[in-house]
Design a protein around this ligand. Structure first.
Ligand SMILES: Cc1cc2nc3c(=O)[nH]c(=O)nc-3n(C[C@H](O)[C@H](O)[C@H](O)COP(=O)(O)OP(=O)(O)OC[C@H]3O[C@@H](n4cnc5c(N)ncnc54)[C@H](O)[C@@H]3O)c2cc1C
Length: 428
């Protein structure tokens, strides 16, 4: 079933979403949630075939409701309409695809900059979770200053030949496609000589090596590319305009990481404070009560700021620098929240019975399996949250963006900005 009526009310959209869920989810799922029967719901959730569900969900359009319907992976809803759908999906604890980089960043970038052929070919696989995407931006010498990157792409007829190294590439070990920014002209200033591609991660010459992080998971990787061939049909946007395309990806990344419908497995749950309260009923310590009240307030502020940004997008604007406000707030908020969760846990947050911290072992990121509130997951959440103020741009960089692009302060000095990239001093 598709959402066809061009101007449906929020109520009608909600009703239509519930009707679809009733048909698509296992019998009694909706009833279990309506009856607040967590045990019944948990049993149904455990029996659900996640891969099969993601395919059905993606094909229905409900997984990516704002994407254009004509590519077979969306409902063409406005952000405000989609909010009604998403609220229903959240309420009924609908499992979401973990393709967060692809859905949160790759899809919106393709929708803005991609060719018709690219959208038709790539959007459905993204929405159904069948084709996982990764983001090949950061390099060992280009993280915050990503425009200074060195990976080279040289044109050879209808193809490009790419060589270089990326790092911290989340999900690259299971990704089918990668959003790649490479240098195509070293003779012009750094922002002007970049081009954006979609890289086939299975192409000859791509070598992915996992990196183990503090949680014991290996969510991210080093990616080496040696004479990898990319057809020109997989170039996204014009040659030399890669920075503008990358900014679209980065703006959407900040939205995805800001808690606005974030799929991140870092937070203690959608209604974090309620879950903490349920776990630690009747907290007597006034300092803990104060911290709980603070995270409750902070969570509300982030939600309202996200709402403001969504309203701006509703008026037709692309994701803009205001995403940096909530990216910054969400990263620091989640670290406070996770610290509180582990402090409330006491000794149980440091040592527990059963499995250690190591990931799921099936190549999927550990957040896929972190529905529970076990001590292990709380410890893991605390450790994972340390990355929040680095990934997707550090908090320092978010403050720079806010200073310059929201408050209108002077740009920070950058001596290399106007030099041809090849003349910028760098360590080799
Ligand atoms: C969990 C995780 C997942 C990631 N996933 C991906 C991914 O999938 N794809 C990808 O491309 N990248 C990914 N990254 C990389 C991430 O984007 C970079 O780590 C981040 O942009 C910082 O770059 P850097 O590590 O090179 O640090 P640097 O840029 O070297 O920064 C070091 C320190 O200097 C500060 N600093 C640097 N420049 C400035 C400045 N101009 N003003 C003020 N302070 C400054 C920084 O804030 C930081 O404290 C991931 C990182 C993490 C932690």
């Amino acid at each position: 079933m598709a959402v066809d009526a061009p101007e449906m009310t929020g109520e009608a959209l909600r009703a239509q979403t519930i009707e679809w869920l009733r048909e698509a989810l296992p019998a009694d799922w909706i009833e279990a949630i309506d009856a607040d029967d967590n045990a019944a719901w948990s049993k149904l959730r455990a029996g659900l075939d996640y891969g099969e569900w993601c395919t059905r969900f993606g094909n229905s359009g409900y997984a990516t409701p704002t994407w254009p319907k004509e590519y077979g992976a969306g409902l063409s809803l406005s952000p405000v309409e989609a909010k009604h759908v998403n609220e229903v999906l959240n309420h009924y604890k609908v499992p979401r695809p973990f393709n967060i980089i692809g859905i949160g960043m790759g899809g919106p970038t393709l929708i803005t900059w991609g060719s018709e052929e690219q959208k038709t070919k790539l959007l459905p696989g993204l929405a159904t979770n069948q084709e996982i995407w990764c983001q090949l931006f950061s390099e060992p010498s280009a993280g915050s200053d990503v425009a200074g990157l060195s990976t080279r792409a040289v044109r050879d007829g209808d193809e490009w030949i790419v060589s270089g190294q990326k790092v911290w590439t989340t999900l690259a070990h299971i990704a089918r496609w990668g959003m790649l920014v490479a240098r195509t002209d070293p003779d012009v200033p750094k922002h002007e000589g970049l081009t954006y591609f979609v890289l086939d991660m299975q192409a000859p010459g791509v070598d992915v090596r996992p990196l183990v992080q503090i949680t014991g998971d290996a969510e991210f990787n080093e990616v080496f590319m040696e004479d990898v061939r990319i057809p020109d049909s997989m170039r996204v946007g014009p040659e030399g305009e890669g920075w503008r395309v990358a900014v679209t990806t980065l703006m959407n990344e900040r939205v995805a990481l800001s808690g606005a419908g974030s799929l991140s497995g870092d937070s203690v749950g959608g209604s974090a404070v309620e879950r903490l309260l349920a776990r630690h009923t009747g907290i007597a310590d006034p300092r803990m009560r104060q911290r709980l009240a603070q995270v409750y307030i902070d969570g509300k502020l982030i939600r309202w700021n996200n709402q403001r940004a969504a309203d701006r997008r509703k008026r037709g604007a692309e994701a803009g620098p205001e995403g940096s406000i909530t990216k910054l707030m969400q990263a620091e908020y989640n670290q406070r929240l996770q610290k509180l969760a582990i402090d409330l846990e006491g000794a149980g947050g440091m040592a527990w019975e059963g499995a250690g911290l190591m990931g799921t072992g099936d190549g999927n990121p550990a957040w896929v399996s972190t529905d529970s509130d076990s001590e292990r997951d709380i410890a893991r959440g605390f450790l994972r949250a340390q990355a929040n103020t680095i990934e997707g741009g550090t908090s320092n960089i978010m403050r720079n963006i806010l200073g310059e692009r929201v408050l209108g302060l002077p740009k920070e000095p950058d001596n290399s900005r106007d030099l041809p990239w090849k003349d910028v001093p760098r360590s080799t």
